[in-house]
Design a protein around this ligand. Structure first.
Ligand code: ZN
Length: 308
């Protein structure tokens, strides 16, 4: 599998050592080469034009705001520091910053397919961090105020000194295969006749493999044996990590849980190949920026033989 996947493959060096160095960080914040990605209510600023791209700003863009937002270090590229900065406090940012003709704040989920794929990873990191900081101003242990440390890599409580780290919520997602058939499901409200891989959050104290077995049985009534990890995808809405697997079914009969999905079916490789190519009016699969697309494509082209 070589196709790049949206939100993965972030090219920035996260600088795990240098970000602890206060002097280095202050110099980067003052450096006029440093770049700042503004986000407004979690929507990143994108350049207008035929090819959308992240719209990086200089420090002057936001330094007069009151209160001044605290930039989060995303990393460096060729030794140039890149930060995310939350400008949500501004009521009309495109008007206030006089940028409406050249750039706009866009919902990342809708805009991801328009961005160069390497920039989707940076945008995912920025969105996840800005959202986490905004929602973790107070300590979960004692209720005290927290402050950002290590350039935004984590937060520490002023009162009890507890460390708080950005959370990632794991979601197991699997194509379930049995012989020459692949099990997919659809949820109410999905567009057209789209079917996708079954997915669910990994629960506390649960392995990825056990989460796949539990979810597939809960949603479709199918028993799963072996599970193999294939690839993952950050999914910053707000902080998921999609863990893509292929699972081997031990049973075939489908009994759906209508509170979770509205339909599940076994599909042949030919049917899914045609759906991937957009040649079926009665069946579609998720677009390439979704990990499910890559899981289905892998099974269609490589088969399950490579995994079991
Ligand atoms: Zn505390």
């Amino acid at each position: 599998m070589t196709d790049p996947i949206a939100f993965a493959g972030n090219p920035l060096d996260r600088e795990p050592v240098r970000r602890r160095d206060r002097d280095w960080l202050e110099a980067r914040l003052a450096d006029e080469d440093s770049r700042f990605l503004p986000l407004w209510r979690l929507s990143p600023l994108l350049k207008k034009g035929e090819q959308r791209a992240l719209a990086w700003a200089r420090r002057e863009f936001f330094e007069d705001l009151d209160p001044a937002p605290e930039p989060v270090l995303l990393g460096t590229d060729d030794d140039v520091a890149h930060f995310a900065v939350d400008v949500s406090a501004v009521a009309d940012p495109e008007g206030a910053f006089e940028i409406a003709e050249v750039a706009s704040f866009e919902d990342l989920r809708a805009a991801a397919a328009q961005l160069p794929i390497s920039e989707t990873g940076i945008a995912a990191q920025a969105r996840a961090y800005v959202d986490w900081h905004a929602r973790h101003r107070f300590c979960a242990a004692c209720g005290g105020h927290t402050r950002s440390v290590q350039a935004g890599a984590n937060r520490v409580c002023f009162d009890c000194q507890a460390d708080h780290f950005p959370r990632t919520d794991p979601v197991a997602i699997a194509v379930v295969v049995r012989g020459q058939q692949c099990l997919l499901g659809r949820s109410p409200g999905w567009p057209g006749r789209m079917f996708s891989a079954l997915a669910g959050f990994v629960e506390a104290g649960e392995s990825i493999e056990d989460a796949v077995r539990r979810e597939v049985f809960e949603e479709a009534g199918v028993r799963v044996g072996r599970v193999r990890y294939l690839l993952s995808q950050p999914w910053p809405f707000p902080s998921s990590l999609m863990i893509g697997c292929v699972a081997h079914a031990k049973s075939e009969e489908i009994r759906i849980d209508p509170s979770e999905i509205e339909e599940a079916r076994w599909f042949s490789r030919d049917a899914l190949r045609a759906a991937l190519d957009g040649k079926r009016s009665d069946l579609s699969v998720p677009p390439p920026f979704a990990i499910a697309h890559h899981l289905i494509r892998t099974w269609v082209h490589d088969g399950a033989g490579g995994f079991f």
